[in-house]
Design a protein around this ligand. Structure first.
Ligand SMILES: [Zn+2]
Length: 478
């Protein structure tokens, strides 16, 4: 949770748009193919998806880094087969190692993946690959298929905003953004990315080892990892090496951009950022917002940009914490109960751990049956926190004590060690003389193991590093 007020949740309307069958020419292959989606629909869909990425995951707060990534991406996209698209390239605030493209040209890389690149060319190879997914319309054809499937199933459920979250947790909202492409699509994107890189003047040989490395990584963030959305890393690396070997351009004329790239990621947060909230046993602690609240440790828990959400093992009960725009707990409760279909059962205005609060029980009739719930709004430190527990009738009656105990645990955080916690960050060192990676780690210690330091620098522990080289280490952290 990053402490940004939650915009009014939009009701998820699935498959309600009137779809027009159309045959469009694929800009990359030149072949005519069936598409349910016009270019303007594709753009709109991508922009809505991009907004939900920003709301759910959040952008990394470093405007210089954002501008740098966007500038590099734009330079390649403008030379692609679809220069007219409203291309955008942004860094999401997530420790996961991944990159993804939405239809219409919204491309995201995680801050987690940036830590593993060692040159502009490596970054460009991943951006080029993602551009390829857009220019070859892979996500458009995937979404066409997904929409067809949904139409076939007759899915069209409208949920009230507060209940929509169950489905966000289940992943249906964002999942469409992380559709696995086929091996053919991935191979085509690699091919296109290679071409875009060379046309933009970057050395495509940089891509080979990196694709291999990305296939093996995991970063522990909120998103799926690159290797789970990109099958077959070994083969792709081998193909990449073959392509580079047949290149007709003199590679010495192509840009790598090692130092420029590294300077842009100096100081970037590495791993999960505990200041944005973290789980510690049965607690969720938030140093920036100075509160703590218990969240059952045997539930599936997620700390998203604008909410903390937990779902029990049988996925029929939900506990959710978020900030809502309101003047008081009572005003927030009134807004909550103004939603269609929510009926209030009982209310109390007693404080929660000394903080002004408003607590009400509710019932909602949905297409899938009766939902029972409990919502407490708490005023703390200039914000109104909404603590929401709900489930099916049976689940709520069995989880009622668990939910009300968790909600009743919301309190000020006073532990100085929690309040002072800082994230780990990338720190660049210029080597005063040549040394091995192992020596570097002894002389310039990191808060991560030497094997991982070697990995983020794209070398082995026993490799010798040249004098004057910029080398990454990772300092600080909980
Ligand atoms: Zn891909």
């Amino acid at each position: 949770m990053t402490g940004v007020a939650f915009p009014k949740a939009t009701v998820a309307l699935v498959a309600c748009a009137v779809l027009v069958w159309a045959c469009a020419v694929n800009p990359v292959t030149g072949k005519r193919e069936l598409s349910l989606i016009s270019e303007s629909q594709e753009i709109r869909m991508g922009q809505e998806g991009a907004q939900s990425v920003v709301n759910t995951i959040g952008l990394y707060p470093d405007s210089a880094l954002q501008a740098y990534v966007n500038r590099l991406g734009q330079s390649m996209a403008l030379a692609s087969e679809r220069p007219q698209l409203p291309w955008s390239f942004a860094v999401v605030n997530d420790a996961t190692v991944n990159a993804f493209a939405l239809p219409g040209g919204s491309i995201f890389v995680t801050r987690g993946i940036l830590a593993y690149f060692n040159s502009e060319a490596e970054l460009m190879s991943v951006l080029g690959h993602e551009i390829g997914h857009v220019t070859a319309k892979h996500s458009v054809s995937q979404i066409s298929k997904a929409q067809l499937a949904q139409l076939g199933l007759g899915v069209g459920m409208v949920l009230t905003p507060s209940l929509d979250v169950l489905h966000q947790v289940a992943g249906s909202g964002l999942q469409v953004l992380f559709l696995k492409f086929s091996r053919d699509d991935e191979a085509q994107s690699d091919e296109l990315g290679f071409r875009y890189m060379v046309e933009a003047g970057y050395d495509p040989r940089e891509a080979t080892d990196m694709f291999e490395m990305l296939g093996r990584l995991g970063g522990g963030g909120r998103l799926p990892e690159w290797q789970s959305t990109h099958p077959d890393p070994e083969n792709r690396a081998a193909r990449s090496a073959e392509r580079a070997a047949t290149m007709t351009v003199d590679p010495s004329t192509l840009r790598v951009g090692r130092n420029d790239y590294l300077r842009h990621i100096d100081g970037v947060v590495f791993g999960a950022n505990p200041r944005e909230g973290y789980f510690d046993g049965g607690w969720f602690l938030h140093p920036d917002l100075r509160f703590r609240m218990s969240f059952p440790s045997d539930w599936k828990r997620q700390n998203l940009a604008q909410a903390v959400i937990a779902v029990n093992a049988t996925e029929d009960a939900v506990l959710q914490l978020r900030i809502v725009p309101a003047a008081s707990p009572r005003a927030a409760a009134d807004t909550f109960f103004a939603q269609a279909g929510i009926r209030q059962e009982s209310a109390s205005s007693g404080p929660v751990n000394g903080l002004a609060a408003d607590t009400r029980y509710f019932t909602v009739s949905t297409q899938r049956g009766i939902i029972n719930g409990l919502v407490t709004h708490v005023a703390y430190d200039g914000n109104i926190y909404q603590l929401l527990g709900y489930g099916t009738m049976a689940a709520f009656s069995s989880q009622r004590m668990v939910l009300s105990a968790a909600i009743g645990s919301f309190q000020r955080e006073t532990d100085p060690a929690v309040l002072a916690v800082e994230p780990a960050r990338i720190d660049l060192v210029r080597l005063p003389r040549r040394m091995t990676m192992a020596e570097f780690h002894r002389r310039y210690p990191s808060s991560i193991p030497v094997e991982q330091v070697a990995l983020i620098n794209g070398v082995d522990v026993g490799d010798t590093l040249a004098s004057g080289l910029l080398v990454k280490r990772v300092t600080g952290g909980p």
